[in-house]
Design a protein around this ligand. Sequence first.
Ligand SMILES: [Zn+2]
Length: 162
Amino acid sequence: MPIFQDQKGKNISNFQKMIDEKKNTIRKYYDEIGHLYYGQYKDVNVDMTKDINARCESISNLYIEIEDLNVKILRERGLKKCAVCGTENNLSNAFCFKCGARFDDADAIPADVIAPPNASATPSRKDNKVLPAEAAPVPAETGDIIEAAKAEDTTAEDNKEE
Ligand SMILES: [Zn+2]
């Protein structure tokens, strides 16, 4: 596995490098916006709005790209972030262990295997990545709640072979 681990580390440092470059570009744009705005302040006949807005838009896009790279770095580390509360979860989690929000990514263990704390009656995942219920990781804090939810919804156990 050491080669695999090295590749992981390499990927992470590449992503980190890309993030640093994007941050530098953002700083450059902020700097330019300052100059453009000042030019406008000094001369009322000058309208730099277009140039300023173009840079603002670029900055917004760069922030999105950085967030995307952060997700990729987390993924390399076997983690993903809850979109609702921001807590880092294991890639295989179908629900956030902190707030219970559902993950709809391909890494999540199918939702009909683990009943969420507030189980709705509509398990919708239709792939064949079904794992036995006892193999599913259950965070200690929510274990009791999940057991209680399972007791309420006994059909979940019957449906897993579909
Ligand atoms: Zn959450």
